[in-house]
Write a protein that binds this ligand. Structure first.
Ligand SMILES: Cc1cc2nc3c(=O)[nH]c(=O)nc-3n(C[C@H](O)[C@H](O)[C@H](O)COP(=O)(O)O)c2cc1C
Length: 177
């Protein structure tokens, strides 16, 4: 079982959460960490290389800070350019079939803000439906996401704990086939 962690953070130098997660993933066996913004600072994505990376792994983790209720822009561009018709979807687009997709993201807003009565009004499972739909269309199983909310007030101890939980959930969640 090989896991690909695609990290999409435009400013990892000043990141607290995603940098910690990325460093932790880099120490795991059978995990490839792929820093999207470092690889493509000019936003010129090598589609063939990305498709080969996807093909070489079983579980794909998209790791990012929540930006405007979604992912940072380069990850959206990656979806637009890499998940092509005839490759990822459409009649002959079966290359991702049977793989697993998992989201791991951090949010500034606390979990209470992501309730119908909260400031953001929508729950995480509503806001992540485009990713879920993407998994459906490309024949991937959408695994339960790992969401760390309210990170502005998160203690260092809680971050250490959350990072362990993320690694455990990512690497140990049973394959559903
Ligand atoms: C451009 C931008 C958009 C953001 N949008 C959201 C948002 O929609 N919801 C939210 O809860 N936090 C939002 N945030 C806060 C980030 O999610 C938060 O700073 C990030 O998860 C912290 O992770 P890091 O330490 O790895 O940078 C946003 C931050 C930025 C800079």
């Amino acid at each position: 079982m090989k896991t690909l962690v695609i990290v999409a953070h435009p400013d990892l130098t000043n990141s607290r959460i995603n940098r910690t997660w990325m460093n932790a993933f880099q120490q795991q066996e059978h995990v490839t960490v792929h820093d999207l913004y470092a690889t493509y600072p000019d936003f010129k994505i090598d589609v063939k290389r990305e498709q080969e990376l996807l093909m070489a792994h079983d579980r794909i983790v998209l790791q990012f800070p929540f930006y405007w209720y979604s992912s940072p822009a380069l990850l959206k561009l990656w979806q637009d350019e890499v998940l092509t018709y005839g490759w990822a979807y459409g009649q002959s687009g079966t290359r991702l079939h049977g793989k697993e997709l998992m989201l791991a993201f951090s949010t500034g807003g606390p979990s209470a803000a992501y309730q119908p009565t909260g400031v953001n009004q929508f729950k995480f499972d509503q806001l992540t439906t485009p990713f879920q739909a993407m998994a459906n269309l490309t024949g991937m199983t959408f695994l339960p996401p790992y969401i760390l909310s309210g990170v502005r007030t998160l203690s260092d101890e809680a971050l250490v704990q959350a990072t362990s939980s993320l690694i455990e959930q990512t690497l140990l969640v049973p394959t559903r086939k």
